[in-house]
Write a protein that binds this ligand. Sequence first.
Ligand SMILES: NC(=O)c1ccc[n+]([C@@H]2O[C@H](COP(=O)([O-])OP(=O)(O)OC[C@H]3O[C@@H](n4cnc5c(N)ncnc54)[C@H](OP(=O)(O)O)[C@@H]3O)[C@@H](O)[C@H]2O)c1
Length: 206
Amino acid sequence: MDCEYIDLYLMHWPQAQIGDRVLKEDEHPTFVDTWKDMEKLLETGKVKSIGVSNFSIKTLEILLPHCSVIPATNQVQLHPCLPQFELKEYCESKGILLTAYSPFGQNNQLFFKDADIIRIAESHNASVAQVAVAWAVQRGTIVIPKSANVDRMKANITLIQLTSEEMDAINNIHKKPGMHRSLLTEYFAADHTIFGWSLEQLGWSM
Ligand SMILES: NC(=O)c1ccc[n+]([C@@H]2O[C@H](COP(=O)([O-])OP(=O)(O)OC[C@H]3O[C@@H](n4cnc5c(N)ncnc54)[C@H](OP(=O)(O)O)[C@@H]3O)[C@@H](O)[C@H]2O)c1
């Protein structure tokens, strides 16, 4: 990587893979084995923080009793259609910061046409993307939006301040019919697994 150290080193998914084969939950290396090795990286000074990604309450409950170091963050899909309230509360109670990946729902089709979020954006003379970032920041999550467009990058990091009524309205978008949505649904629909594990194994309820 041609750098002296890594700020944050993440375990991308709880399931391990050897070649093309995804390991079962009890096959070694389990995610607990992987985490114990990641903890050793901190001693080298080459990694400053370690964390996890795509962990649920179920998989964190298995991991945490074995941790000498609590994950700095859990990076999960998080946006108004998948607000992850329960996981957020759980992670906060354990001192784990939640990071919101795909905060725009990747292709913008999940909530960009929602009437409430459009109304809120218009009232701030802002974009829906700015509203989504402001919502994520104000609720205390780290947010990692992606853009390859310089103008959008600049706009996306220009924070607006939402009122508590506006926060409530966005918190409730996922309750509208058909609006509780995950980008992973299409993976799941294909063979009832996400990267080799069922939703039950991953601990995700959708
Ligand atoms: N840990 C994991 O398993 C995992 C999984 C997925 C993603 N991630 C990470 O999450 C980060 C971002 O997620 P993502 O790329 O999946 O999705 P995202 O940030 O939700 O969406 C990116 C899309 O939104 C568009 N966009 C950006 N700004 C916009 C704006 N102001 N208005 C309208 N559209 C806008 C981008 O297009 P333009 O580029 O054309 O602006 C791009 O198509 C990345 O760092 C990625 O590595 C992690």
